[in-house]
Design a protein around this ligand. Structure first.
Ligand SMILES: [Zn+2]
Length: 264
């Protein structure tokens, strides 16, 4: 699943293509005809990311809300537009560009009240300048749930997915099963700062890079990670433990992330 950096990068890329322009909005695949009709011919005011959600705001106070989920993707190109490729749920066109959205998990039109409700449901987003980390710390410090699970809970912190969760906790030496209420403010601040740092690198490179001082790899996604899906810890050469947190794959190094055993 795309993590927050992907969506912020999409917002950054699509903003100059669409914002401040009158757009044509259609549903080549047909499943979003009705929604598209609310937005077609309207002026787009902003393209913004909130956590893993992308929001296109229009002058008529309507917004297009996209959550890619596991299989969704954006495809952007300059005009002239080619024929839609695959099942294009939404095709957005400005005077210069076309943005196709295939297979999103969520694709809906929101009015102003619904948009406010949505943004309130999303925890402070590590990539947004207006994020208030205190809100996340308050939730975490009152919870017995593991920090590994809390960091991925989008109502607690916006933007962090499984790979960043794993890497941030390892980088900061925090055991993923540490209960939230045992995370001190100091440790939380380190986790928050490292999240901001790593996701900003992710936006810049359009790829997850959590190893200090390296460039994108040549693999399909260009990822460079320390322990996610790796057998050996690069710091201590110890074996990386694999387990699950809330049915998602989790990884940790017993030596570098001490305090709580996996069976705890
Ligand atoms: Zn280690």
């Amino acid at each position: 699943m795309p993590e927050g950096h992907t969506i912020h990068r999409a917002a950054r890329d699509q903003r100059p293509m669409l914002a401040g322009k009158v757009l044509s909005v259609a549903s080549p695949q047909g499943r979003f005809h009705e929604g598209a009709a609310h937005l077609d011919g309207q002026m787009c005011l902003a393209v913004e990311a909130y956590g893993k959600h992308l929001i296109y705001q229009f002058k008529n106070h309507m917004a297009l809300h996209i959550h890619l989920g596991l299989f969704g993707r954006f495809r952007t190109a300059k005009l002239p537009a080619a024929e839609p490729k695959g099942e294009v749920r939404v095709r957005i066109m400005s005077d210069t560009h076309v943005v196709d959205i295939n297979g999103p998990n969520t694709c809906e039109v929101l009015d102003k009240a619904q948009l406010i409700a949505l943004t309130k449901r999303i925890g402070p987003d590590v990539l947004r300048k207006d994020a208030n980390p205190d809100l996340a710390f308050t939730r975490i410090s009152k919870s017995k749930t593991s920090i590994g699970q809390l960091l991925m809970d989008q109502s607690v912190v916006g933007g962090i997915g499984n790979i960043y969760r794993t890497e941030i906790l390892w980088r900061q030496g925090v055991h993923p099963l540490t209960p939230g209420n045992q995370i001190t403010r100091e440790v939380f601040d380190q986790l928050w700062a490292d999240s901001v740092h790593l996701l900003e690198i992710g936006v810049k490179n359009n790829s997850i890079i959590t190893v200090d001082g390296v460039k994108k790899s040549r693999s399909k996604y260009g990822e460079r990670v320390n322990i996610f899906n790796k057998p050996i810890c690069p710091t201590c050469d110890g074996e990386i433990q694999k387990f699950e947190i809330a049915k998602r794959r989790a990884f940790m190094c017993k030596t570098c992330q001490p305090s709580f055993s996996v069976s705890a």
